[in-house]
Design a protein around this ligand. Structure first.
Ligand SMILES: Cc1ncc(COP(=O)(O)O)c(C=O)c1O
Length: 354
């Protein structure tokens, strides 16, 4: 007899990132290509003893410090295993089988993947040819069956952002139908505007942050949910007992309290981005500052061929798209000026060989 498999999970189509990326220069997944200062990492690693590893995680000490760092209360926060996990918990807590989640398309794929796993309908609002999305269309897409609206600010990959007024309109409409609005701020600090204040004052708004992007510890998996304490309480009911791990919590604590580190990471990133955009535009490339730690560049030769040459011959990874609106672009993660010099040299070579 065949075992029972949840039909939504059985029918979900998944594409997992390629492995073996350590052998390549990595500009394809919006990571920091170089990571944190090596001396800082070594210093934190020295705190990790056998006893530390033998003990279950306790997130409160970090959350207390992070709350002060964000100027919120610890009751507004939940630390989880990456914003990937946060998205799953939010879906389970506020979604409903057969009902709807709403997002723009294209956007971060995990909203759609989780909707499929859980049997929710994914209502998508498309971009136009000029890569703009109409906020009236988002408001109109929030019907009576909507349970969660995902706004990614700035959106990955297109990099558009929402104004305060636009988010207020979306949140007001969501409130009418009992839906929560999740603002995924994975790229906060690269883009400084935030909706945390809305999450603190509205009962139907939640903000997500991650330590994978600016803070450069994607390997450790740490995402933060910011919301009203009542909503945090519901999400806590949904979560695994031990979620964010002790090594991630230790690194995050040391990162936020390291004098000048946050500012230095932002400075390095801004310098690298300004440099690569100026270089590419100076060489006649159409670029898009996607307002995160990544840019789009429209290749002169076929984007998929350039991506292939970079990967196969130059051992450098970038992200190419099948989506018709994005087919001519490559998405390139941005790091330090030195990291972008390395990218440009190999990119120009690949363009000339394509
Ligand atoms: C918009 C957005 N949200 C969430 C994530 C995932 O972050 P994490 O590493 O915290 O799971 C990403 C990663 O690229 C992203 O682009």
């Amino acid at each position: 007899m065949k075992v029972h498999v949840d039909p939504h999970i059985r029918d979900t189509y998944r594409v997992f990132p390629a492995e073996g990326r350590g052998a390549y220069l990595r500009y394809d997944m919006n990571e920091n290509p170089e990571g944190l200062p090596a001396a800082f990492v070594q210093r934190v690693l020295r705190e990790i003893t056998p006893e530390f590893l033998a003990t279950y995680p306790e997130p409160s000490r970090f959350l207390g410090k992070y709350a002060a760092f964000l100027s919120v209360q610890p009751e507004n926060l939940l630390a989880v295993n990456g914003s990937d996990m946060a998205i799953r918990y939010l879906m389970e807590t506020f979604g409903e089988e057969g009902k709807e989640i709403v997002s723009v398309a294209p956007t971060f794929e995990m909203y759609g993947v989780n909707a499929s796993i859980l049997g929710y309908r994914h209502v998508t609002v498309p971009y136009d040819e000029a890569l703009n999305v109409n906020v009236d269309d988002i408001v109109a897409a929030i019907g009576p069956d909507a349970r969660i609206v995902f706004l990614t600010n700035p959106n990955n990959p297109i990099g558009n952002v929402y104004t305060q007024d636009e988010v207020r309109r979306i949140a007001d409409r969501a409130e009418e139908v009992g839906a929560v609005v999740v603002v995924d701020e994975a790229y906060h600090y690269f883009y400084p505007e935030s909706f945390v204040q809305y999450a603190l004052t509205r009962r139907n708004m939640i903000v997500l942050r991650t330590f994978s992007k600016l803070f450069s510890i994607a390997a450790l998996r740490l995402g933060i949910i910011i919301a009203d304490p009542e909503l945090i309480g519901y999400i806590r009911n949904a979560k695994l007992t031990f979620d964010a791990n002790s090594v991630a919590l230790l690194f995050a604590e040391r990162i936020i309290e390291e004098p000048g580190l946050t500012e230095e990471l932002i400075r390095i990133e801004n310098e690298g981005k300004a440099y690569v955009l100026q270089e590419l535009e100076g060489n006649g490339y159409e670029c898009r500052d996607c307002r995160g730690n990544f840019i789009f560049v429209r290749t002169k030769k076929d984007a998929h061929r350039v991506e292939e040459i970079l990967r196969e011959e130059k051992k450098l990874l970038v992200h190419a798209y099948r989506h018709p609106l994005l087919r001519d672009f490559l998405r390139v993660s941005v790091g330090s000026r030195a990291a972008m010099e390395r990218f440009l040299k190999l990119f120009y070579e690949a363009e000339s060989e394509a």
